[in-house]
Design a protein around this ligand. Sequence first.
Ligand SMILES: [Zn+2]
Length: 151
Amino acid sequence: MAATSETLDDCDSGQLPPAWVEAYAQQVRDCFSLQGWDIYVRPMTKEQHDEEPTTAGLAHVNHRYSNAVIEYWDQQPVEPLKRVLVHEFLHILVAPLTTLIEAMLLEIPVKRRGMFMHEMQIHAEEQVVTALTRIIFPLLQQSLAAHAIEE
Ligand SMILES: [Zn+2]
């Protein structure tokens, strides 16, 4: 999921991810050439949520200032969680397009825009990011495994 309009300060849960999550996020950041970005990865914990959240991850992206907060549900097995992280990092890569579309939608008079157009835009972004994740995640895992063997 992507959330672009919230302020990044609202996302600070105060919790730090385990070392392996930090290390994996760093590898994904490097593979996606996002070295110039400030990206904070934070768990959504049981303490914060009475029940399981409706999304396994959430990306709050401000591409104008190259910063993002990625939140993930921490009650997931390793492999699905890695996939969620890759998905959320892909939201960072498509954020310029999302911001452009949001700006264009604002130019359409509310009467003509309709309530559903924003929902359609969010749905389209999720479809693109999900499709890219399906392609990139296995390739990334192979690449990281090959790289680990070389070291
Ligand atoms: Zn998503």
